[in-house]
Design a protein around this ligand. Structure first.
Ligand SMILES: [Zn+2]
Ligand SMILES: [Zn+2]
Length: 353
């Protein structure tokens, strides 16, 4: 089968024939219909801190925001059937450890980051394998297309979990979103849908325009102002209740913390890149003096998908709204490389294999 394969950190991916996956006893094989192209793929490709040392080898396949149809089922699988239209969360859980039993599959002790570790080949390929299928596979409600589902992939559900489950977000709160890439635009749309007033921050006017279309009531052009946090505090009359770093660089992280009003919550969604190497210094005294909270958030637990599906079914959320383009598998190397200069907007999705 065809796949876009890794050939070394920073080297262009190559379209190549690779071995077909086969179903393990508790796994299934899924034929890929769509897969989002994500900055996490880019970080892993570059070898940034969270992925460095994982030992990706020539031939590895990225891609962790899939939708597709089950084509092969392992002998021990009880619930998933051939022909099911499905997706999987990008953090695969074993279903048996204390975190999984507690409903936090995203924090599974044996967590397999789908496509983002050498032991798991991802979905920039015609087919992919899912281990522990009965626990991880999510059936798509009718009416959700593969492209919409790919749009819902890691960035959208990561933002949903952060804002809806991890933060104390209530209607009328000011939510500042720093960085309007795929995860940031998803955060803007979700925060708006649950009743917040959103202020979007980015360096690119075009991304701010998209944020406004998705519900941001205020925007701050980080290129045009000297002091981003002061600009956010000005438009929110004292600071945001919740502020999101949707990029993961020192500047957006600190800007986010400094945008908060007293007792505000900073949500860290973006992981760092090699420049910060996993650590960012913070305005600690300010955090104490204002009783600010720093909240980390990782993906979304498998059992929480139904909440998003219900909001989609009733027209409150539209993951397709953050999908910027659909491309073929052949375009994956170039689209991933375009992320180096932030040359993509929203969520590009592969839907031709
Ligand atoms: Zn587990
Ligand atoms: Zn992702």
């Amino acid at each position: 089968m065809r796949a876009a394969v890794f050939t070394g950190h920073g080297n262009p991916l190559e379209i190549r024939e690779v071995d077909e996956p086969t179903a393990e006893p508790t796994g299934v094989v899924v034929e890929t219909q769509a897969c989002g192209i994500c900055r996490s793929d880019w970080h892993a490709w570059q070898g940034d801190p969270a992925w460095e040392g994982r030992g990706f080898e020539d031939g590895h396949v990225f891609g962790h925001e899939p939708a597709g149809v089950v084509v092969e089922v392992g002998d021990e699988v009880e619930e998933v059937r051939e022909g099911d239209h499905v997706t999987v969360p990008f953090n695969l859980g074993d279903g048996t450890c204390p975190a999984c039993r507690d409903g936090h599959s995203n924090l599974c002790d044996e967590r397999i980051p789908f496509g983002l570790t050498p032991e798991s080949r991802g979905a920039f390929a015609e087919r992919f394998h899912v281990p522990w299928a009965d626990y991880n596979v999510v059936s798509l409600p009718s009416g959700i297309s593969p492209v919409e589902m790919a749009g819902l992939g890691c960035r959208f559900m990561t933002s949903f979990h952060a804002l809806v489950h991890r933060a104390d977000l209530t209607g009328g709160d000011w939510v500042a979103v720093h960085g309007c890439g795929g995860v940031g635009l998803s955060a803007v749309h979700i925060a708006d849908a649950v009743g917040a007033n959103v202020v979007a921050v980015d360096l690119f006017e075009e991304k701010l325009d998209t944020a406004s279309d998705l519900g941001a009531v205020e925007t701050v052009d980080a290129e045009a102002v000297d002091d981003v946090p002061a600009a956010v505090r000005a438009v929110t009359d004292g600071g945001a209740d919740i502020s999101v770093d949707a990029l993961g660089i020192a500047e957006t992280c600190r800007n986010s913390v400094e945008s908060l009003r007293k007792r505000g919550q900073h949500l860290q969604i973006g992981l760092t890149s090699s420049e910060d190497a996993g650590e960012i210094s913070l305005p600690t005294d300010r955090m104490v003096a204002k009783e600010l909270q720093f909240v980390g958030s990782l993906g979304m637990p498998r059992p929480r998908y139904d909440e998003i599906f219900r909001m989609i079914a009733h027209g409150k959320l539209d993951p397709a709204a953050v999908v910027s383009e659909t491309v073929s598998l052949d375009a994956v190397p170039e689209r991933l490389a375009a992320m180096t200069d932030f040359g993509t907007s929203g969520i590009p999705v592969v839907n031709e294999f």
